[in-house]
Design a protein around this ligand. Structure first.
Ligand SMILES: Nc1ncnc2c1ncn2[C@@H]1O[C@H](COP(=O)(O)OP(=O)(O)OP(=O)(O)O)[C@@H](O)[C@H]1O
Length: 322
């Protein structure tokens, strides 16, 4: 049983279908990133999972409980921590008051340890809190009852780099002790660093669910090579070469070739051996480019008629766009 199980989850607002048949599972003990451009439907999924809005169709289960059943939802929520994108606390309460109230409602297994880690100023009233301090207090309230599953909406917004790092280490340790983390983020470096798998949603429809590593792998590498003499296009018709650009006036001498490469690096190196290379670099494609393909509708099988660039690249590697 997955920690989160969504099956055909749909929310139809009439003018817009905010979630359209969203189906995926989040395993126990994994960090799952839920990504997509603004208005894609992330918050809608989260709100349905929390029982705040009801689905038009489909099912959502949290720790095996049907979230549309009030009793089952209540049971699931005891083991759930939730951090909204803008945590709202009583403005006139102090941080200490907020924690005392939370402790009386959800319990308190570990606030001491969390306070040491995130250090919100407990004696001040919330109205005097900065955005970052609200977020620190939110992290303490999310984890203080030691939940099995946490849902985090943009968890590091407002945190300084030191605290972001501390939070990342904390989250990995939580995952290692079996906690399931479902979080939405726009910070791609954070996604890369933290997530085991990602789900990407666009226009209410899920466009991919896969490990971050495989997403990067099949999106290819960026290859830059500089050759003393020009290389003919035919010589660069190697399986997996895409978007080839040549620049005869590259810095230094020779001609620079830049392309995305999804093929076998050994084959590329073998082909390069026939030329006098001045420079060669092979880098991971920038994460932004990888995600933008999906965000722009240029990336995956979403059931629409839009171009399917990554899949096409993978299927037709012999068909280099040179
Ligand atoms: N109550 C509502 N009534 C009508 N449309 C809504 C309602 N709530 C959300 N929507 C629409 O549903 C779509 C998905 O919104 P949602 O808030 O889930 O996106 P999101 O991915 O969380 O976006 P963001 O990253 O900007 O927070 C949007 O087009 C939004 O305008």
């Amino acid at each position: 049983m997955g920690a989160i199980e969504l099956e055909g989850l749909t929310k139809d607002y009439g003018e817009v279908v905010a979630n359209d048949g969203v189906t995926f599972d989040v395993d126990r003990g994994e960090i799952f990133g839920y990504l997509g451009p603004n208005g894609a439907g992330k918050t809608t999924t989260i709100r349905m999972l929390l029982g705040l809005i009801s689905p038009t169709a489909g099912t959502a289960r949290l720790l095996g409980r049907d979230v549309t059943d009030e009793d089952q939802l209540l049971e699931a929520k005891r083991q759930l921590g939730y951090l909204p994108d803008s945590p709202a606390f009583d403005e006139t309460a102090t941080g200490r008051d907020v924690l005392d109230l939370r402790a009386s409602i959800t319990g308190d297994e570990r606030s001491e340890e969390l306070l040491e880690l995130f250090q919100p100023p407990l004696d001040r009233e919330i109205r005097e809190y900065s955005r970052g301090n609200v977020q620190k207090l939110g992290l303490v309230t999310t984890f203080m009852h030691d939940p099995d599953v946490v849902i985090l909406d943009e968890p590091t917004s407002g945190l300084d780099p030191l605290l972001q790092q501390r939070f990342a280490e904390f989250l990995r340790a939580e995952r290692d002790r079996g906690v399931t983390v479902f979080f939405s983020s726009h910070i791609l470096s954070e996604v890369r660093q933290l997530c085991d798998r990602v789900g990407i949603i666009r226009n209410g429809r899920l466009v991919t669910v896969e490990p971050v590593e495989s997403l990067l792998d099949r999106s290819g590498k960026v290859v830059r090579l500089r050759s003393a003499e020009p290389i003919s296009r035919a010589d660069l018709e190697i399986e997996g070469v895409h978007d080839l650009e040549a620049d005869a006036d590259a810095a230094g001498s020779g001609t620079e070739y830049v392309f995305t490469f999804t093929g076998d690096v050994n084959e590329l190196l073998a082909a390069c051996r026939e030329h006098r290379l001045l420079d060669l670099s092979i880098e991971e494609a920038p994460l932004e480019d990888v995600f933008m393909r999906f965000y722009d509708g240029d990336g995956a099988d979403d059931g629409t008629d839009e171009p399917d660039r990554v899949a096409a690249d993978t299927d037709a590697r012999g068909d280099a766009d040179v």
